[in-house]
Ligand binder design. Structure first.
Ligand code: PMP
Length: 310
């Protein structure tokens, strides 16, 4: 039985209209930050699919539909560690598209269940090979039957970073009333960092962009890449940021727990971004630091790392 959304429900207003325009929240609980330095976080879990990746997935789907490469007879396929998969899965369901996702088998069980609930198909790949293994599997399937698939390839697709150039950056600029001096963001595909940084630096050329990376290849920060040991995304631009800060998984998780006690339930990569933002803020006398908080903690609460007494 084909249960895909019929054309009749694909009108407006649509759930996809609610992507973006996420709140920029003042961040408390940071240590040794001078009084004249503001730190705020872009709360990306307010997107309908619960993460920053709604923006990129929707940008790539729209670009595919516009170019004619994505039609209803194609299967949308991509490799994803979880959040992009959820974004493709719900956007695909809402638009009547079939979705197949290559995901490392050790991605969080809760995320995989969410993806399946939207009716997308999972192809589980070796946990030992991480997202690189998922990418290789997606490429292999597409090479075998190229006409069957629409392969947005989030690691190489300019529509990924362009979504942030158009939306995330414009929102940060408006929400800080043009005051933002520092942008702090993690790197997965690098779409968030590259797109937001490019636009904000056009608006303020002296803005400092800080990239956040896990300190080791063996880290718990789902969604982030340790670039030195991974396949570097084609859309990655080393010129997009002025500095890189490495964050340990312990510091990121500690920060997430600290924020939870202040009412803000953020994910691990958001904890990493805030741990880096705290370090940046400490060095300043005045300034407005904006960290991108990619998702909330709901999807990580089953993780033993959240720990007892949290
Ligand atoms: N954090 C989380 C939780 C993510 O899922 C992602 C996406 N992989 C990122 C950070 C990084 O975002 P981007 O792909 O835009 O670099």
């Amino acid at each position: 039985m084909d249960v895909r959304a019929p054309d009749s429900i694909l009108g407006s207003p649509a759930l996809t209209d609610l992507i973006g325009d996420t709140p920029l929240l003042p961040i408390g609980g940071l240590r040794e930050v001078p009084g004249r330095v503001e730190v705020s976080g872009k709360a990306e879990w307010f997107n309908p699919g619960g993460s920053v990746k709604d923006r990129a997935a929707w940008g790539m789907v729209q670009a595919g539909e516009r170019s004619g490469a994505l039609t209803r007879d194609k299967i949308l396929i991509d490799a994803t560690s979880g959040n992009t998969g959820i974004a493709y899965a719900w956007i695909g369901a809402a638009r009547g598209l079939r979705v197949r996702l290559c995901v490392p088998a050790n991605a969080s069980a809760r995320r995989l269940r969410v993806i399946e609930a939207f009716g997308a198909e999972l192809v589980l790949t070796s946990p030992m090979e991480g997202t690189d293994g998922a990418i290789r599997e997606a490429r292999r399937m597409v090479a075998e039957e190229p006409d069957r698939y629409f392969y947005p390839d989030q690691y190489s697709n300019p529509a990924n970073w362009q979504a942030h150039y158009r939306t995330t950056a414009a929102e940060v600029w408006a929400q800080t009333e043009g005051r933002v001096t520092h942008l702090v963001a993690g790197i997965g595909t690098s779409g968030t960092l590259v797109g937001t940084a490019r636009r904000l630096r056009e608006l303020r050329p002296e803005l400092e962009v800080v990239a956040v990376q896990p300190d080791s290849p063996y880290h718990a920060l789902e969604g982030l890449k340790h670039l030195a040991s991974c396949m570097v995304p084609a859309i990655y631009d080393p010129g997009a940021h002025q500095r890189t800060l490495e964050v340990t998984s312990e510091d990121a998780i500690d920060m997430a727990k600290r924020q939870a006690r202040l009412g803000l339930l953020i994910g691990w990569s958001a904890g990493a971004a805030l741990a880096a933002a705290e370090r940046v803020a400490r060095e300043l006398e005045r300034g407005t630091v904006v960290a991108i908080l990619p998702d909330g903690a709901e999807r990580y609460l089953d993780d033993p790392l959240w720990g007892e007494g949290a």
